[in-house]
Design a protein around this ligand. Structure first.
Ligand code: TEU
Length: 537
């Protein structure tokens, strides 16, 4: 059995802008995170994933880095992050930093020099002349909707950007760039970082820049998603810098086979990936084209991934996804539903990730107009949909429901002014009005709260070898109910989760070590959203 630390710990993602503001300027900061380490420790958290804290003009809230080694003044300074690393180490909490290697900000010194053809930066980015008859260099689309090339007057060429125009893609055919990236990663490892969450890592290598097969979205993707050159590059990173640290790659459009190609230990590329298939079960190809959530479809995808990979991550929320309670649970069942999801998250096989606020059952922000939705992706998609003449009423509804901004409203620490997030009334994102009921302070006092349920469950997991390391056998997925057994050297534990809003008959029996309904009432029935971990017969 493996003793890798990242297989044993529960992770927690912090989105620094909206976690805790310590100095009253309305934006979360590093000192705020340090202040809350004891809260996280009490929750049972063993590792943090910190979304980007580096210098950035914040077009994409830090996923547009202008200096990899310097902390964004909005969040504090380098000494503050070193202090955070020290305090976390004292509490035995590992820190995994987000690292954006596919692109930088256009304000990064490298890009500014590349535009001016100053060596050695001239080829750090992907520059091309216009195509025939003044056309763009190719027909690729970008992840936020629209084209992926922008003309730079100064250089007189186009540069590639698979995200926003302020996020130019780096050129990994340039050796000097690679050596600078490796040197920068070593810098953070030396400071005590335990690993990296690698943003869109499977699109780093562009196999060719030829036109792509036209698609509804992301034309050109076959030229850069998990292509052969990427595997070579990742093996190199592994041997030169990621030797002893943990990596979790955010990988877009991967199926189970591609995920295995990236994570099998023998291949020495990444340790784990964040895949998207289960998070896309309620949409068609892109999230703006939604279909009703089907618990059976969702659970079947999870089951498929559990069977296919020896190990991977588990997550139902992050800073790019709407809140799971608003998305997967019927109105009126939020409390049971949030707990049912927590049982699933913490009893399947893999490394579980909790996103800030998930542990108190935070919900989507009730946007009343499209102007309120402050997010570069939502804005771009809105503009793009206008050009395509997609009906306004449809897009408004789709964006409000699935925008990333839903998960970025400030963490709700208390029921008081501003949810206890900031002393300022003018916060970076508006505080969700439901903070009056849904907040840490109130939930700590309520024995039946989602927060106390998470705490209990994480505690059980942290002390159970079978939940942490056991093999899994998915026995059945039927009518929104999943039933599985974990097994560790003969010690067995079972879990059953009804993710539907209906009562369901079951043909197995499960006692309860922990259940979201307290004591189980009826032997062969699961109540709506009832979930339990117990001993199998
Ligand atoms: O996200 C990558 C990505 O594929 C996103 O387009 C994602 O699918 C979408 O946001 C879901 O709505 C990563 C980061 O997590 C995201 O915050 C960044 O904006 C993006 O990369 C660019 O760095």
């Amino acid at each position: 059995m493996s003793d890798k630390w990242w297989k044993k710990r529960v992770f927690y993602q912090v989105y620094p802008m909206s976690f805790k503001d310590s100095d009253g300027d309305g934006t979360g900061d590093i000192r705020g995170i340090t202040e809350k380490l004891t809260y996280l420790k009490e929750l049972g958290i063993g590792a943090l994933w910190l979304s980007p804290v580096y210098s950035s003009p914040m077009y994409d809230n830090g996923y547009d880095i202008s200096n990899y080694k310097k902390v964004n003044p909005l969040f504090g300074d380098n000494n503050e992050i070193y202090t955070l690393l020290e305090r976390a180490a004292e509490l035995d909490i590992k820190i995994v930093m987000d690292m954006v290697l596919n692109h930088t900000s256009d304000e990064h010194e490298w890009f500014q020099k590349s535009r001016r053809r100053i060596e050695p930066y001239t080829d750090f980015y992907i520059w091309r002349k216009a195509g025939e008859n003044g056309k763009l260099p190719n027909n690729w689309g970008n992840f936020f909707g629209g084209k992926s090339w922008t003309y730079d007057e100064l250089r007189g060429e186009y540069y590639l950007h698979l995200f926003n125009e302020h996020q130019p893609d780096l050129n990994y055919r340039n050796e000097i760039l690679i050596s600078k990236i490796i040197e920068m990663l070593k810098f953070w490892l030396k400071k005590g970082v335990s690993g990296f969450r690698l943003d869109v890592i499977n699109i780093l290598w562009k196999q060719s820049l030829s036109d792509g097969k036209p698609r509804a979205a992301l034309t050109g993707m076959e030229h850069y998603i998990s292509v052969s050159g990427l595997h070579v590059l990742l093996k190199r990173f592994r041997s030169e810098v990621f030797k002893d640290c943990y990596t979790v790659g955010e990988t877009v459009f991967v199926d189970t086979e591609r995920a295995k190609d990236l994570t099998l230990e023998s291949r020495a590329e990444l340790d784990t990936v964040f895949s998207f298939e289960h998070m896309e079960s309620d949409c068609f190809f892109v999230k703006w084209f939604m279909r009703p959530f089907s618990p059976t479809r969702f659970l079947n995808i999870l089951a498929k991934w559990q069977r296919a990979l020896p190990w991977n991550t588990l997550y139902f929320e992050n800073h790019d996804q709407p809140r799971s309670v608003s998305r997967f649970i019927k109105k009126g069942f939020e409390n049971e539903g949030a707990k049912a999801l927590s049982i699933l998250l913490l009893s399947l096989k893999g490394t579980p990730y909790i996103y800030q606020g998930q542990e108190i059952g935070m919900r989507n922000y009730p946007f009343s107009s499209i102007e309120e939705v402050k997010d570069v992706e939502s804005r771009s998609i809105w503009e793009f949909s206008r050009k395509l003449h997609i009906p306004k009423f449809y897009m408004k509804k789709a964006i409000k429901k699935s925008s990333r901004a839903n998960a970025r409203s400030p963490m709700q620490w208390s029921g008081g002014e501003g949810g206890g997030f900031s002393a300022s009334a003018d916060t970076c994102f508006p505080v969700c009005p439901d903070h009056v009921e849904i907040n840490v302070e109130a939930e700590e006092k309520n024995p039946d709260s989602v927060l106390n349920f998470y705490k209990k469950l994480i505690h059980i997991r942290n002390h159970s070898e079978v939940l942490k390391s056991g093999e899994i056998k998915i026995i059945s997925v039927r009518k929104g109910v999943i039933y599985y057994i974990r097994d560790y050297c003969g010690e067995r534990i079972a879990a059953a989760v009804n993710l539907s809003s209906r009562k369901r008959k079951i043909d197995f029996s499960i006692d309860n070590i922990i259940s979201n309904y307290g004591k189980r009432k009826t032997e062969n029935i699961l109540q709506p959203y009832e979930a339990a971990i117990g001993r199998p017969e």
